[in-house]
Design a protein around this ligand. Structure first.
Ligand SMILES: NC(=O)C1=CN([C@@H]2O[C@H](COP(=O)(O)OP(=O)(O)OC[C@H]3O[C@@H](n4cnc5c(N)ncnc54)[C@H](OP(=O)(O)O)[C@@H]3O)[C@@H](O)[C@H]2O)C=CC1
Ligand SMILES: CC(C)(CO)C(=O)C(=O)O
Length: 298
């Protein structure tokens, strides 16, 4: 298959490395320096016990998007404003797979006329080093679901699976995204604001009370929430990833923009539309925005 990947950050490089084993991968990047490094050296995929090199084609313009059988969008949600016009201009008939955290990408997807659109939730952990190296530091899987269009494409994506890189089909895209959203929405802002690893949230009854309160507010926004993901599952993630620093805490530490708008901003808009009061979620949103605004992670 000819696969196009937009974005060569941690997730873009990870997907490109694995998928290039059996497919031709074109990776669309923003700067010429990264393009040259990728063309000359390929992608270096690091795992605990081995390092491998993977050849890809790299481009800084988007004309060749139309040559791809599947396009994977691996940029952050807040980058979509620049990517969506390129999709509309060069590949409005191709299947697209969106991998963003949160639910902010759904509005963008609704604006596309592509017949087949897919969403994915990445459970792998990946960290980028330099222009072309990626560390696969957590082997999980990628859940994929149909947003609209052909189920056949979903099966083709599943068939791209390999030993350490599995795609698993999910029936309901909304439930799949909400299941991940709730975990990110409760764990990420609190760990980022408190500067603590995930596990510390559940050994402190005061923090647990706040977590439960945020969950209850989400249940007011999404009344079926408890049938999709329970509060106990959120605590389980904290236990299972106890030593981890959440991606939002790492964004603060590295002075990068966070994904707070996709994680809390869009649910807050839905709450407003549904006339639901969510004071705790609003407070967390404003605190993260405020801290981001100052550009100060101390
Ligand atoms: N990293 C992880 O372990 C996980 C990440 N995710 C999710 O996956 C998504 C991607 O995350 P991640 O890879 O970590 O993010 P990164 O910030 O590492 O990568 C995003 C990349 O997109 C590039 N980019 C931005 N705009 C464009 C554009 N118009 N054209 C081409 N490239 C562009 C950026 O380039 P530049 O550097 O030049 O700005 C950057 O390399 C996020 O939504 C994240 O939440 C989900 C689960 C795990
Ligand atoms: C589930 C969680 C909170 C694990 O750290 C995560 O996905 C993140 O940090 O973004």
């Amino acid at each position: 298959m000819n696969i196009g990947i937009i974005g060569a950050g941690a997730i873009g490089l990870l997907f490109a490395a694995y998928l290039s084993e059996e497919n031709h991968v074109r990776i669309f990047v923003q700067n010429d320096k990264q393009k040259q490094v990728l063309l000359k050296q390929g992608i270096q995929l690091k795992m605990t016990e081995r390092v491998s090199d993977h050849d890809v084609t790299a481009e800084t313009t988007y004309e060749n998007l139309g040559k791809c059988d599947l396009i994977i969008i691996a940029v952050k949600q807040y980058h979509l404003t620049t990517v969506i016009p390129q999709i509309k201009a060069h590949s409005n008939h191709k299947p697209i797979l969106f991998l963003q955290n949160g639910i902010g990408h759904l509005n963008y997807m609704e604006s596309l006329s592509n017949p087949t659109l897919l969403v994915g939730v990445v459970e792998h952990g990946a960290q980028k080093f330099g222009e072309h190296s990626v560390l696969h530091n957590g082997i999980g899987k990628t859940n994929v679901a149909l947003f609209k269009g052909s189920y056949e494409t979903l099966q083709e994506v599943k068939s791209l699976s390999s030993k350490n890189f599995i795609f698993s089909i999910q029936d309901n895209y909304e439930e799949m995204l909400i299941r991940k959203l709730i975990k990110n929405a409760i764990i990420n802002p609190l760990t980022a604001l408190l500067n603590i690893p995930n596990g510390e949230l559940i050994v402190n009854d005061h923090f647990r009370e706040v977590m439960r309160g945020v969950y209850n507010e989400f249940e007011k926004i999404f009344p079926q929430l408890n049938q999709i993901v329970s509060y106990e599952e959120v605590e389980k993630i904290c236990r299972n990833t106890g030593e981890n620093r959440s991606s939002m805490l790492m964004d603060f530490e590295l002075k990068r923009r966070t994904e707070i708008d996709a994680i809390l901003g869009v649910p807050l808009e839905i709450a407003r539309e549904r006339k639901v009061e969510t004071p705790m979620i609003s407070l967390l949103y404003s605190l993260v925005k405020g801290k981001e605004y100052k550009g100060d992670s101390e």
